[in-house]
Ligand binder design. Structure first.
Ligand code: PLP
Length: 602
């Protein structure tokens, strides 16, 4: 990574005297500010929101009369309970003062930071009305708000607002599960069709091919079979492994056709989030069914190996249930070459291709114009999302929305409704997602917060894109600053994003020595007295061999252990590069690192 013009400290300091651009100043209205600068406005806006809510309640059924009188409120018992509530609340809020200071520009650890004011307001507004977006019966407005928020996100990633759909989840983990449940249902249905078709025609099915036959081929089989046999639907169900179980399906294939089939597989890059392992266990496939795709020397999914993996699987009787690409990995913020993965998947038929954009999905808001602040390589990857089948995005990460807010979206509605299950006591309408969500009751806080962010900041290059561009710039500036430390900093070179990982290593130093230094630095920076908070991660050869070799080779390390411990920094805070603050955070951070490492050397 080379230095981007205008990102060196000297340049930023030279700029310090000059005022911020009006657009940049306007962005400051969206956050409370490190010193609660926008407190008065937030307080009055939330207060007005409460007043509006009180009025709304009071205006209804006035004739019913009051249930709590002024006399009640003046009684000693009443007052006692109130005072107690205040005390207990005080205890709670005081205890929370020891909470991780997520708002601070000095917090540069995990994938969260200050949340946006419109998000807080949307969250609170929804909280007061407490909609349950399981159906319109329990969320007349919440369901609409959710659908409108989804529409904004569909536009952001480039999915069609007419063909695509989706819903909010409690987070990226569940959104990923939503993808697996549909990929499994689809391949189960297609394989059932292939088997039932062969049964009726007296031929032999090819389940590995059937698992990726596509809806057109399925419809053709369906039409032909319908004309031949009225009980076609029953046969389809009788062959669906989601009805009869995988074990029975494999036995039947062997008994009736003499076909040997093995369990279906998911192909997932080695830098996967651990929710994919959870999925493999949860969906009853076991770890074995998750085949890892190798990474290249910058940690991106190696698409040549993906192609090999698909061939290997089908040659060995494993139907390929789904392929996953990652937009913004949890450890290093890497964006896979999604466009190349799409092309490889297409070579083989209709394999469910899911993009895990829990972290980096919002980079799509930066748009496709050069100079948007992100590399062309990442832009190209993001521009291929419309060719995928589904995507996970976490508004509670780069969307600056409070927990819990994840999103699952599907490019084609036909693939969304695959998993519908009805409940006799719920009246569902067209707009409801209840029948198809893994979760039951769902809060509208996440969707209302995202709706507010989309309608105010805007999920566009001029809105959100600018905030994210600044984060990416923060990474460049910090890297530049780090290059001045006494012990040489080695930054892991990956794709462009706002995650920066580094070690401090002298030329030729062995990995065990460097790892010990990194662990010590992380320990020091985890103390409550530390001026900055970072996170750490460990790259293992087993998953990142090409990257580990290239990275450790960059200082001629003796690889006496097969892992590299890194300081990991997720740069999300909108004020990290502030020109206004007395502290220039990137510089202060590097000073802190120097102080800690110096003390150790004594
Ligand atoms: C964070 C993350 C997840 C899981 O999201 P949660 O909201 O924590 O459940 C999944 N995939 C990736 C790439 C992530 O970064």
């Amino acid at each position: 990574m080379t230095n981007v013009p205008g990102t060196t400290t000297a340049e930023i300091k030279a700029n310090k005297a000059t005022r911020c651009e009006p657009e940049a100043v306007a962005l400051k209205s969206f956050f409370l500010g490190p010193q609660s600068e926008n407190a008065v406005w937030l307080q009055s806006t939330i207060s007005n929101l409460l007043v509006k809510w009180f009025d709304w309640r009071q205006a209804r059924q006035v004739e019913d009369g009051r249930a709590i009188s002024s006399k009640d409120q003046a009684s000693p018992e009443f007052k006692k309970q109130r005072n107690n509530m205040v005390e207990v609340l005080n205890e709670l809020s005081t205890r929370f003062e020891d909470e991780v200071p997520k708002y601070s520009p000095r917090y540069v650890g995990h994938m969260f930071s200050e949340v946006a004011l419109p998000a807080i307001l949307g969250h609170v507004a929804a909280l007061l009305h407490n909609p349950n977006t399981i159906s319109g019966e329990s969320a007349r407005v919440g369901v609409q708000i959710e659908n409108e928020a989804i529409e904004e996100l569909l536009k952001m990633v480039g999915y069609s607002t007419t063909d695509a759909t989706g819903h909010f989840t409690s987070g990226g983990t569940v959104a990923n599960f939503e993808a697996v449940s549909r990929a499994r249902a689809r391949s189960a249905l297609w394989m059932a069709s292939g088997a039932a078709f062969a049964e009726l025609r007296g031929t032999i099915p090819n389940p590995c091919q059937d698992a990726m036959m596509g809806w057109e081929a399925f419809d053709l089989q369906q039409a032909e079979m319908n004309s031949m046999n009225h009980a076609w639907q029953a046969r389809l169900n009788a062959w669906n492994f989601e009805n009869i179980g995988m074990h029975r399906f494999l036995i039947l294939l062997k008994e009736i056709f003499g076909v040997d089939l093995d369990h279906p597989v998911m192909l997932v890059p080695s830098h996967k989030h651990y929710s994919w392992q959870k999925a493999a266990k949860l969906f009853g496939f076991g770890d074995e069914t998750m085949k890892l795709v190798r990474l290249d020397s910058r940690g991106r999914m190696d698409v040549a190996h993906l192609r090999e993996r698909i061939k290997q699987a089908t040659n060995h009787g494993h139907p390929v249930m789904m392929v996953v690409s990652v937009a913004g990995t949890t450890e290093l913020g890497i964006v896979d070459p999604i466009e190349e993965a799409c092309a490889v998947v297409k070579e083989h038929g209709f394999i469910w291709h899911h993009v895990d954009g829990a972290y980096g999905g919002f980079f799509a808001a930066m748009g496709q114009d050069k100079g948007s602040g992100i590399s062309e390589e990442v832009m190209e990857a993001m521009s291929a999302i419309p060719a995928s089948d589904s995507i996970t995005i976490d508004p509670h990460k780069l969307g600056y929305v409070p927990y819990s807010a994840g999103v699952f979206m599907v490019a084609q509605k036909i693939n969304y409704s695959l998993v519908a299950i009805d409940a006799p006591y719920i009246q569902y309408s067209e707009a409801d997602h209840g029948p198809v969500t893994l979760e039951g009751s769902r809060s509208a806080t996440g969707s209302a917060a995202t709706w507010m962010v989309a309608k105010t900041i805007g999920l566009t290059p001029k809105g959100f894109g600018q905030i994210l561009a600044r984060n990416v710039q923060a990474r460049h500036v910090l890297q530049f600053e780090l290059s001045k430390t006494i012990i040489p900093t080695r930054v892991v070179q990956t794709t462009d994003s706002n995650v920066l990982c580094f070690v401090l290593a002298r030329e030729g130093e062995s990995l065990s020595v460097v790892n010990a230094r990194t662990r010590e630095l992380h320990r020091s920076m985890s103390k409550s007295s530390s001026k900055f908070i970072v996170s750490t991660t460990t790259l293992r050869w087993q998953h990142y061999s090409a990257l580990c070799e290239r990275f450790s080779g960059s200082w001629g390390a003796a690889c006496d252990v097969h892992e590299i411990v890194l300081i990991r920094m997720c740069l999300l805070n909108p004020f990290f590069l502030s020109k206004e603050t007395a502290t220039f955070y990137p510089e202060a951070f590097v000073r802190e690192v120097n102080d800690i490492v110096d003390i150790e050397c004594l």
